[in-house]
Design a protein around this ligand. Structure first.
Ligand code: SPD
Length: 335
């Protein structure tokens, strides 16, 4: 009798270069409950479909050339595949985290929106971001002296170093210290006022990242920041997650006594094609996020870092313009 917890997929798996044969991939599915937990579609063979209860009734799909890695860490399913049109793709628990082609639109914006909004950032903490893309971007800022990154899942770091060297290059910067562990616990130990900026590069609020969207976490972030310090956190899509965004804005208004703003960027391979960021500052020297005071001078920025592909000062200011429906919901609660 067939084992129903094993799903056969006709997608090709990477094999030794000289092996030409197509193989089907067997995916062990715990309890047979969720045959699409890694997104390999049994509906369109050879395609990855991003199916999740976080965006019911829709699923963006990418054609798969080769599966390069599939593993299960202590925290989540990790997969890397070669797509036909977006380069290599990193997937955690069936959700796309980055593709080689459009990662710049996310990593550059989540990093430079906060760091270009304050003069001379020196100490920066990244929570999550294990792929290394955000620390790669922080390294553009020559004023930065210390970059701490706290990522819960070592498999994400290792897999990124192996399959995404142009992203994980961030780890090569001597200012970087990697802490493998829980970001919530890490922040509790941080002395008050340590950082100029905290960047929270999390996955969606289902699974290991859930606590990173909750009020106690924002309180710990505020405590870790100096007066007038800034946080930028992944804040989901105005098309899909307005309730989550409204909660984040309400929590942040209570905790951060400086500015609270929502900004956004386009990322074609994220659900609804866009993603937002919550930018807040603590009480102290005022921060006007919409008008960057610390532009990146490409001549000054670290020579070893690749040139910016997406961010510039004009797109920085534009990122805070919201469509009317979003402005009505969150515009009045942010400032
Ligand atoms: N819906 C996916 C959101 C993923 C945000 N984090 C991406 C990590 C890239 N460094």
């Amino acid at each position: 009798m067939a084992d129903e917890s094993v799903v056969e997929s006709p997608v090709k798996r990477q094999r030794d270069d000289d092996e030409e044969n197509e193989v089907s991939v067997s995916m062990d599915v715990e309890g047979g409950k969720d045959p699409l937990s890694n997104g390999l579609s049994s509906v369109i063979p050879g395609w990855f479909s991003e199916i999740s209860s976080m965006w019911p009734g829709e699923a963006h799909s990418l054609k798969v050339e080769k599966i390069l890695f599939q593993g299960k860490s202590e925290y989540q399913n990790v997969m890397v595949f070669q797509s036909s049109t977006y380069g290599k793709v990193l997937v955690l628990d069936g959700v796309i985290q980055l593709t080689e082609r459009d990662e710049c639109a996310y990593q550059e914006m989540i990093t430079h929106l906060p760091l270009c909004s304050i003069p001379n950032p020196k100490k920066v903490l990244v929570i999550g971001g294990g792929d290394g893309g955000v620390i790669r971007e922080v390294a553009h800022h020559s004023s930065v002296e210390k970059i701490d990154i706290c990522e819960i899942d070592k498999m994400v770091v290792d897999v990124s170093k192996q399959y995404f060297p142009d992203v994980a290059v961030g780890y090569d910067d001597p200012r970087v210290t990697l802490h493998i562990g829980d970001g919530v616990a890490f922040l509790k130990e941080v002395p008050e006022g340590t950082y100029d900026a905290v960047i929270v590069d999390s996955s969606d609020p289902i699974g290991p990242a859930q606590e990173l969207f909750e009020k106690p976490f924002f309180s710990s972030v505020a405590k870790a920041l100096r007066p007038g310090g800034v946080v930028c956190t992944q804040a989901e899509s105005i098309w899909l997650h307005m309730d989550i965004i409204e909660d984040i804005v309400a929590n942040c208004r209570q905790i951060f006594k400086g500015s609270v703003n929502y900004a956004w960027t386009t990322v074609p391979t994220y659900p609804s094609g866009m993603i937002g960021f919550m930018l807040c500052s603590t009480e102290g020297p005022p921060v006007d996020f919409k008008h960057p005071v610390n532009p990146i001078d490409e001549n000054e920025s670290q020579k070893s870092v690749r040139p910016l592909k997406f961010y510039n000062s004009e797109i920085h200011t534009a990122a805070f313009c919201l469509p009317s429906f979003a402005k009505r919901k969150i515009g009045s609660k942010a400032n």
